[in-house]
Design a protein around this ligand. Structure first.
Ligand SMILES: [Cu+2]
Length: 106
C-alpha cells in the first residue's frame, strides 16, 4: 500500500468547500441533513451516524463498496469502518438529495 497517486489533484482554486472538514467520528442526522456536512476521519477508524431525525436514513457511499450504513431508524445509530484513504461523497439511499462528504486520511 505505498501508492498515493491521486492526492495531488485537489483544485486549489476552489475556495471554501475545500479543507473545511471537521475532525470527528460522529455525524448527526437531523432535519434531513448530515451534521457536520464534511468530516475528516483516520483511515481504519469508525464513523458513527446518529439518526436524531423523524425518518429513517442511510449513509451510503457513492463509491461502490466503500461503505454503506444500511437503514438507520429514527433514534438509532450505526457505524461504518473507513478502510481506505480518500474523499468520499455519500448520500441517503431513501432521500438522495441528502448529501455530505467524508475525507479519510492516513
Ligand atoms: Cu434519508
Amino acid at each position: 500500500m505505498s501508492d498515493k497517486v491521486a492526492s495531488a489533484d485537489q483544485s486549489a482554486s476552489a475556495g471554501p468547500s475545500v479543507g473545511s472538514s471537521t475532525k470527528t467520528n460522529r455525524v448527526k442526522i437531523t432535519d434531513f441533513k448530515y451534521k457536520p456536512p464534511a468530516v475528516e476521519v483516520k483511515v481504519g477508524s469508525r464513523l458513527t451516524f446518529v439518526n436524531e431525525d423523524s425518518a429513517a436514513h442511510t449513509g451510503t457511499s457513492k463509491t461502490p463498496g466503500a461503505f454503506d450504513s444500511g437503514s438507520i431508524r429514527r433514534g438509532e445509530s450505526k457505524s461504518v469502518v473507513l478502510k481506505e484513504a480518500g474523499k468520499f461523497d455519500y448520500y441517503c439511499a431513501f432521500h438522495p438529495f441528502m448529501k455530505a462528504k467524508i475525507r479519510v486520511v492516513d
